[in-house]
Design a protein around this ligand. Sequence first.
Ligand code: TXA
Ligand code: MG
Length: 316
Amino acid sequence: MRIPIEQAATLLKSGKVVAVPTETVYGLGAALDCPSAIEQIFILKGRPSNNPLIVHVAEAEVVQGYVSSFPEGFMTLAKAHWPGPMTLVLEVQIEKVPAIVRAGLPTAAFRVPRHATAQRLLQMTGPLVMPSANLSGTPSSTRVEHVEADFGHDFPVLEGSGAFAGLESTILIYVEGRWQIIRQGALPPSAFEKVLGYAPSLRGIESNVAPLCPGQLFRHYAPKAQLKLSKTCRLAEGEIILGYRDRVYPSSNRILSLGRSTDPHEIAENLYATLRSLDTLEADSALVDVDLPLEGLYATILERLYKAAQQKKEIQ
Ligand code: TXA
Ligand code: MG
């Protein structure tokens, strides 16, 4: 159920959960000072309690009220990418951020969204925690219909145009004297290299180090269908193929287009909607053409596909 911004603000302030469009994916919002609404988020999503939430604020200055120390480069990053699809994990004064939000960690994740409606809402409500608005483990929501499919038609969704990147924010943490990426996202490493003078490494993603981002431990972004990632599409007989409209596939197959293979932004925007459409089609399996360069935004797209397929490096 689409609701106007005044109603969304009133509901949030009275301890209710509301879905909110952002420039990455839809979020499931609750007021930071309302523990019962935050608990409700975990229940609605079926989210493990050891997976912490991102605190969304209207501007970088608000973060100062919660943080215990600012690592080197914080202001540089904030000035360059806030508002925008960047999340920073910072040490906090633990009495200021409820333990349920932090999953008991001494840190909390912060983001200033750029989406105009989300911005206006945050100015009306104050800080909101917002995980992606999907059932835990399934693809994030990039359209109102996705939120409604997961939480029902009566669920309140703040109306607003969906200018979506289609991929979640990039999450960084400062460890061992450097910013490191703990979740790849809508901003590629090069976006940070320009402002920090070095490219943040991908921590616990490509290495065997335990991830600092609890969410990386869980099954993610997955439709019900088993995805088979392939660079050749040779195994494709009779199967649905997730492919690109500038490529040619066997005519016997049903093709779901992710966009043009040369345009990673278009692929990102379509990715979760296409994965979700496999569920609508009640497909048992699908082949995904992953013959894409492993760079920039493509790297995030491929990471999401590996996770959705629960597959590591066995690409054919
Ligand atoms: O683009 C986004 O980031 C979207 C929109 C709605 O803002 N939100 C989002 O939230 O993707 P969620 O809950 O689906 O993913 C947040 C990730 C999880 O993997 C969680 O483990 C990690 O952030 N996270 C949150 N707090 C953390 C912390 N203190 N330390 C490390 N990782 C943290
Ligand atoms: Mg999520």
